[in-house]
Design a protein. Structure first.
Length: 435
């Protein structure tokens, strides 16, 4: 997208020089006279915004249905053929000339980027708090009329620019064609293919039979073309941290802490008005016979022996622990409202060793961890979670199986843009314009 805007930017001076001739035969250019420029583009963008909101209000914020295979293929083909037909047989009409011009391309891309920023930066929960956004459909931007019209505007402008440059084709237009066509393919595949993306949660328990069932976010169950079996699951954790907790609310008090130090034996630190010394630290412990002892079995937790000294020289000693699903945590009362507690350890790394099979035949034994997925038959398997109530003793691994059949087309568009960029670097910059 950035490359596309930069390419347009290169050509702007020629268009500005051509289109910004203010006088013609001694009188000023009037609005909507040929050729249309940036004023008309701004008016059309405002018209799209207003019409989208009006339709959204009239439909009470109803969401546009998500299209799936094969309907998205038919719609995509019809859109491409329509752009081709209009560009070839009505190319001299004022609206078509404008739609294949730099002002239309820039205004469509700017509108598309602004809509994307709203989708990415503004939480839908916040927009849902206002009736106007709910009624207009802007609280669910991706399925709103504004997004649909903006998407069609971008594809139409981009497609007509490509065709206008393609006929007649000139060898020096190869870089332009590859970059713009690549971007068109990416936008077309990403938009039309969104309804075909499947994201399924797969829960695997250690030492249980394999599973080939995934569950979508809406609760629908799907059969995967392969089976998965959890052979082993392990978690590496950071040491827990010392925290202050409000005894009345049970919430951590970050205002009293400059930072929550990570526990280490012999650590001396200051939290608020208290100086904390850690006398002993047992990473895997259990409360046995009125004391904490080392316990390397399922259900163990961290325990710390601390000494807290206040600015008034009061000294409090005792054990604190973060507990587990077998035993409750233990905190140390510093005063009437403040407890010294031990946080739950944060995971450093969690890994699943998975046996993958297809058609009752063993394929592979793979290791999956966060940001290191495994790919099979067009599916990507991600490590996303575990049973947090059991922490490092969890025997449950939560995987996510993602299938995006349009992804190869997106990759093709990316490679086209890369090829176009390399071509431009190879031949060097030569000013080019759309005839």
């Amino acid at each position: 997208m950035i490359i596309y805007l930069n390419l347009l930017k290169i050509q702007i001076p020629e268009f500005v020089k051509l289109q910004d001739t203010i006088t013609n035969n001694g009188y000023s250019r009037s609005l909507w006279s040929h050729p249309w420029r940036y004023r008309e583009s701004i008016i059309i963008v405002i018209f799209i915004l207003v019409v989208s909101i009006i339709i959204g209000v009239l439909t009470r914020g109803a969401e546009i249905p998500v299209i799936r295979n094969p309907y998205n293929i038919f719609i995509g083909g019809a859109l491409v053929l329509s752009i081709l037909f209009i560009s070839l047989f009505h190319r001299n009409k004022p609206f078509v000339l404008w739609l294949s011009s730099v002002p239309a391309a820039l205004s469509s891309m700017i509108l598309y980027i602004l809509v994307g920023l709203v989708m990415g930066l503004v939480p839908p929960s916040w927009l849902n708090n206002y009736e106007f956004f709910r009624l207009s459909g802007l609280s669910h931007m991706k399925t709103s009329w504004l997004f649909l019209f903006t998407y069609l505007f971008v594809l139409s402008a981009l497609g007509m620019v490509i065709i206008r440059k393609l006929f007649p084709f000139k060898g020096r237009s190869i870089g332009f064609f590859l970059n713009h066509t690549g971007l068109f393919v990416i936008l077309l595949a990403a938009g039309l293919g969104s309804g075909d993306i499947l994201r399924l949660d797969v829960n695997l328990l250690k030492e249980e039979s394999e599973s080939n069932i995934g569950v979508s976010g809406s609760g629908d169950m799907y059969k995967l073309p392969f089976t998965l079996r959890l052979l082993n699951f392990s978690i590496e954790e950071y040491n827990p941290r010392l925290v202050f907790v409000d005894s009345r609310t049970g919430k951590v008090e970050p205002s009293q802490n400059k930072g929550f130090p990570m526990v280490e034996k012999g650590l001396k630190t200051r939290l608020g008005s208290w100086r904390i010394e850690i006398e002993d630290f047992i990473p895997n412990a259990m409360f046995i016979d009125s004391s904490f002892a080392k316990y390397e079995e399922v259900g163990s937790y961290s325990a710390v022996k601390v000494q807290a000294i206040s600015s008034g020289r009061d000294t409090i000693k005792g054990w604190i622990s973060n507990g587990s699903y077998l035993q409750s945590p233990v905190n140390l009362h510093l005063d009437h409202n403040t407890l010294l507690a031990l946080s739950l350890p944060e995971p450093k790394k969690f890994v699943s060793v998975i046996g993958v099979a297809r058609d009752s035949a063993k394929i592979d034994t793979v290791t999956i961890e966060v940001n290191k997925p495994y790919t099979i038959d067009g599916w990507k398997i991600y490590q996303v979670g575990y049973d947090q109530s059991k922490g490092k003793w969890s025997t449950l691994s939560v995987l996510e199986a993602v299938n995006d059949p349009w992804l190869p087309l997106v990759y093709a568009g990316v490679f086209m843009m890369m090829a176009g960029t390399l071509y431009l670097f190879w031949i060097g910059y030569r000013p080019s314009k759309i005839d």
